[in-house]
Design a protein. Structure first.
Length: 368
């Protein structure tokens, strides 16, 4: 049979919402997000009180060996939107929700505040008062985890931008940026023959070394060959930087949804920029592409060119168009696994300044 708590989900959620409105009339919150939070609180209670086979008892939560129980609670960290505010209103809301849950579990009537939903009763499904006393422990843990979710908001935003927009604009970790400048300063720079770059490292592949079929039929082969050439000829110090960058805590959110190991696959490095139309690099087979910029020109001016334009194209419509200036320390992370995320580069029009670009490509794998 369906537990009383499950049958009264909407009733409790609406009563809790009315309590919030009546008790804190100046408090601003979205009704549907509030109802959603209350539904999730009920889900946790159903599982942790082991009601009708929904999960373990709350007393088991004190045992750190029961990882499944902790996961049941922790998985809501990132999801609460109203309760995670951790203020007087939301704490009171959570306490009142606990009171409603205990009354419903015991099959006792709730003094309704005017909700359109009607409380459902069934004496056969009622549970004893001593078990409902444990609800307070659950709501306390929910409150603590909801607050932890607030601290993880940047991670949520990171994932939304990466998987929806297709790119994340942020800053290169300071230690990595310093090491990139060390690479710039110790590099033997040569003229970029056959390119519009100002200069390239002496170990980096030059355009005339390869032939591109006029039809573009060999682009996949060429792109992968050029990327591999750059990686295998790069100095070990730059390869180490590539690995340390992807191992940074910034990328922990991606490890939740991808194989645990990101292996550096390609490296590109040059000074200057060439004009390219919007395109995708997914054809090279890598999953993540990271642009790290360095310049000694101060704040970048758009009229200098050399900036990257990013967008998402679906059904011939463009979304999230954005010009990103290559300021010193700027980093752009691109979801390279999906060919709907495109980027284009504008030619550097001011040849008196240096615009250094490092591009690191990675593939997610389960291999160590």
């Amino acid at each position: 049979m369906i537990p009383l708590l499950e049958q009264n989900k909407d009733f409790i959620a609406n009563e809790a919402w009315l309590f919030l409105q009546n008790t804190f009339p100046e408090y601003t919150a979205d009704k549907e997000l509030c109802r959603r939070d209350i539904h999730m609180v009920i889900d946790v209670v159903l599982a942790e009180l082991h009601i009708e086979g929904y999960g373990p008892y709350i007393s088991d939560l004190v045992n750190p060996d029961l990882c499944e129980n902790y996961w049941q609670m922790n998985k809501y960290k990132k999801s609460f939107r109203v309760l995670r505010n951790q203020d007087d209103a939301t704490f009171s809301l959570l306490d009142y929700t606990g009171q409603l849950i205990k009354l419903v579990l015991q099959n006792k009537p709730v003094t309704a505040r005017g909700t359109n939903y009607i409380q459902t009763f069934n004496e056969e499904l009622a549970i004893s008062e001593d078990r409902t006393g444990k609800v307070d422990e659950v709501t306390s843990l929910v409150g603590a985890n909801a607050g932890a979710g607030l601290l993880r908001t940047p991670h949520i935003e990171f994932l939304e931008e990466y998987f929806d927009k297709g790119f994340v604009v942020t800053e290169t970790p300071k230690d990595i940026h310093k090491r990139l400048w060390d690479e710039i300063n110790k590099t033997n720079w040569v003229m970029g023959k056959g390119t519009s770059y100002k200069s390239i490292p002496d170990w980096y592949v030059q355009k005339e070394r390869r032939y591109i079929d006029p039809t573009g039929a060999d682009r996949q082969v060429v792109e992968r060959w050029e990327g591999l050439y750059g990686y295998y000829h790069a100095p070990q110090t730059l390869k180490d930087i590539a690995q340390d960058l992807i191992d940074d805590a910034l990328f922990e959110p991606l490890r939740l949804y991808r194989p645990p190991n990101a292996v550096p696959k390609f490296i590109h490095f040059w000074n200057g920029s060439e004009n390219t139309q919007h395109h995708v690099d997914s054809i090279d087979g890598s999953d993540v592409m990271i642009f790290c910029y360095a310049t000694d020109a101060g704040e970048w001016q758009e009229e200098w060119g050399g900036y990257i334009n990013l967008m998402k194209e679906v059904g011939g419509e463009f979304h999230y168009l954005r010009n990103v200036m290559p300021d010193d320390g700027r980093m752009v992370i691109v979801n390279n696994a999906a060919p709907i995320f495109k980027h284009g580069i504008r030619n550097l029009s001011n040849d008196k300044i240096n615009r250094y670009t490092f591009i690191f490509h990675y593939t997610w794998t389960y291999d160590e």
